[in-house]
Design a protein around this ligand. Structure first.
Ligand code: SF4
Length: 451
């Protein structure tokens, strides 16, 4: 498809995917898996992803196919068989019950991520806000809680299948503005979802303009988490209100704010189409900055060459490599997870093969309960092989960048599986953090960095 022909956004879900021209190319057993698994995990794709991002000669191993289409092995084999049989039997009541059981087993609410850190103003909870780190507030506009396509690894999956209460999201910016006026320590607001870029420009504007209020001078940085740069770059190029969106970005920048689009790029294939490159150029021409981030995922980007291309191309097009995350402990995690040691090797190999300009990237980082924990190496110290760790971000600022060590475990895939090295009884921060994580096993994922 040529860059020049404006495309209309055309989504597909479980009921409509059969009408996509590419459906015929999917073998029967994969089609069955799409049907069965999408009863548990959310499924949405769109015509642009099908036409431009997936290599249909490479399915099912094509990384974007894996990123977007549910697969049989995303469910436990017994669960898969039970659900498939129930679907065949037509027993809707039993099916609904079983779906709920399977979802409950997939840790849908890791550490209560939608309810924790909700701040109060005059004794009342402020809807749509989370305040975990002193300088940063997360804001969830209610109109931005879906995405142009869904990622099979998404840690926010329960909200897309109706299992999460979306009442936490805010219908307007009034509560946010009132809260920020009382919190001069907040320098950063992250607008997140879902994907805020799913909103029309006029709606987005209603949320963003109030942040330009003179009384909010302390809010220096406005970040917008988005996957539209990968799944629907037309949002910035050829949608009917794409130009209005860019003018809005310009207004924010000329008001003296730093505007950062936190672009979720999971694979370099998302940067290859001409329109994706156009989107990046148009965004950065407004004075906004694009930063690139993604978890490292088995089947999708567990290859240093993919990261190398992503960061190198990103820099060439004006984006800044920012984070490589570790996949979180929810949803189809068993399908995507990698041992921390392997994630570190992928990072190090890719990092070692790029220009210094790409080495703005940090990782692999776990968004764990006490903060963002960086895996900084696997050295041998005093005869013991260890993970060298440090906080990049934490509830307690005093612990940031202070090195600490965990016993090396080649199988460990998350922070809560690590134990202190050198026979120490606990990690140092267990005394100095704010009392929320007294042991690593309490350290379930919490922090929100979604699109
Ligand atoms: S919230 Fe982000 S990770 Fe989740 S489906 Fe949307 S774009 Fe993908």
């Amino acid at each position: 498809m040529a860059d020049s022909s404006p495309a209309r956004y055309k989504p597909y879900n479980r009921s409509s995917i059969q009408r996509a021209p590419q459906w015929e190319r999917i073998p029967a057993e994969l089609r069955e898996a799409v049907d069965v698994v999408s009863h548990v995990l959310p499924f949405r794709t769109n015509q642009y992803v099908l036409d431009e991002l997936i290599d249909w000669n490479a399915i099912p191993d094509d990384p974007i196919f894996r990123l977007n289409f549910p697969h049989r092995s995303m469910l436990d084999p017994d669960d898969y068989a039970t659900l498939r049989d129930l679907l065949r039997s037509g027993d809707k009541q039993q099916l609904a019950k079983q779906i709920h059981v399977v979802r409950s087993r997939m840790n849908p609410h890791p550490a209560g991520q939608m309810t924790h850190n909700v701040p109060r103003l005059d004794g009342e909870a402020v809807p749509g806000i989370q305040h975990k780190y002193a300088e940063t507030v997360l804001f969830f506009p209610s109109a931005g809680q879906t995405c142009h396509a869904y990622c099979t690894f998404c840690f926010r999956w329960p909200q897309f299948v109706g299992e999460d209460d979306l009442h936490f999201a805010a219908r307007d910016a009034a509560g946010l503005v009132a809260y920020l006026k009382r919190h001069p320590e907040v320098t950063d607001v992250l607008i997140t979802g879902g994907d805020p870029m799913i909103m029309r420009t006029a709606t987005l504007e209603r949320y963003l303009e109030p942040l330009l209020d003179a009384e909010l001078d302390h809010v220096q940085n406005i970040r917008i988490g988005t996957k539209a740069v990968g799944y629907w770059p037309q949002r910035f190029v050829s949608d009917p209100d794409a130009d209005d969106l860019l003018r809005l970005f310009e207004r924010i920048v000329s008001a003296g704010k730093h505007l950062a689009l936190m672009g979720h790029y999971n694979h370099p294939a998302e940067l290859r189409p001409a329109i994706a490159q156009s989107a990046l150029r148009r965004i950065t021409a407004t004075g906004a900055v694009v930063r690139m981030q993604s978890p490292v995922l088995r089947h999708i980007n567990d290859d240093p060459a993919a990261w190398r291309e992503l960061w190198t191309q990103g820099v060439k097009l004006g984006a800044i490599p920012y984070y490589m995350f570790v996949e979180r402990d929810t949803g189809a995690r068993a399908y995507f997870e990698l041992p921390l040691a392997e994630a570190y090797d992928i990072f190090r190999t890719a990092y070692g093969a790029v220009s210094g300009l790409s080495r703005t990237v940090r990782g692999p980082s776990m968004s764990a309960f006490p903060g963002k924990v960086l895996i900084d190496g696997t050295p041998t110290i005093r005869g013991e092989k260890v993970f060298a760790l440090q906080f990049l971000q934490a509830r307690s600022g005093g612990v940031v960048r202070r090195p600490f060590y965990a016993r090396f475990d080649p199988e460990a895939t998350w922070f809560d599986q690590l134990v202190p090295a050198f026979g120490e009884p606990g990690f140092f921060f267990e005394d100095v953090a704010d009392g929320t994580a007294k042991s690593p096993s309490a350290g379930r994922s919490l922090d929100l960095v979604g699109a």
